[in-house]
Design a protein around this ligand. Sequence first.
Ligand code: SF4
Length: 373
Amino acid sequence: MLQVPLPVEYTRLTDEEVCARIRAAKDRLGSKVVILGHHYQRDEIIEHADYRGDSYKLAQHAREHPEADFIVFCGVHFMAESADILKPGAQKVILPNLAAGCSMADMANIFQVRRCWKQLEETLGSDIRVVPVTYINSAANLKGFVGEHGGTVCTSTNAPAAISWALNEGDRVLFFPDQHLGRNTAWAMGYDPESDMCVWDPFKPLGGNTPEKLKASKFILWKGHCSVHKRFTLEQVERARADHPGIRVVVHPECEIDVVRAADEYGSTEFILNAIEKAEPGTKWAVGTEINLVSRIAKENPDRFVMCLDPQICPCSTMYRIHPTFLCWVMDSLAEGHVVNQVTVPDDVARWARIALERMLQVGQVPAAQHVD
Ligand code: SF4
């Protein structure tokens, strides 16, 4: 679905008018609406959120409100799809701007994954069972694929638990679309990034591998990445330590493995948040994740020094498409009885995707937080 242009009146509102109209619509709707805000949203969105969190936490919050008619998801498209699949009742899930996608999620599509699966079957044979695991940052039909093929969804919070589960279920793991989360998680479990893993390039035959390499690899990692977390480098880690002696470096597992290895700690956005909030006053932190979250942590913890590892700062451009004006438009529309920007997943896809997402919730969490030192 394409995003329709906003009515002209919305383009003429001041920031204050937008904020006041969102509040007024929220008051009118009362318990009929729940607003969810991902950590990477700007402050002007987060101030209206009933809950904020990472995709795992928000997926759970979306299930806790069967009384609400509307779940307004201030995040990106795949998150709204997941909320629609997991919703407990007849709620309508609304994404304020339908153009808010995820460049990583777009790096794997169902045709590429089916082709990969067929080639793996032909190359590995029927004696080797491959278990597909998709990061929650993926389209609903990919979640449906893993559900149908005995796999699970994971988040950056529960990736270690999900991969352990997959290794109990089968002999190999096909992990998509983020190679870095897959590699970092498997490395933390003791696997060798060179000998135990290979990368699957969807644009090359056999993913760019020889049959021998595929047979030797415990993990087949899709060639996808996050454009935000790819910006963090080893040089930035070294620079932060040189400029701020005693600083602790904490990064997200979507970063490249040399950055994760060099960090003091790494984990999901929830882990990063908790690590800094629980730290002693006066401690110093260099953080490798999206700038809206880093700035908010710095603002809410003024007695700790918190900086972004990347001096050029790095907002997620797709999350940023949830401008307050779009939130204002959808809230006004809902308050007036018009449902706009509803995200729905077709039943035939949702059926299997729900199985994969339920497995994700059942697999739960083992400590995703990894202390590198
Ligand atoms: S930060 Fe990266 S993975 Fe997350 S929504 Fe943005 S592009 Fe996608």
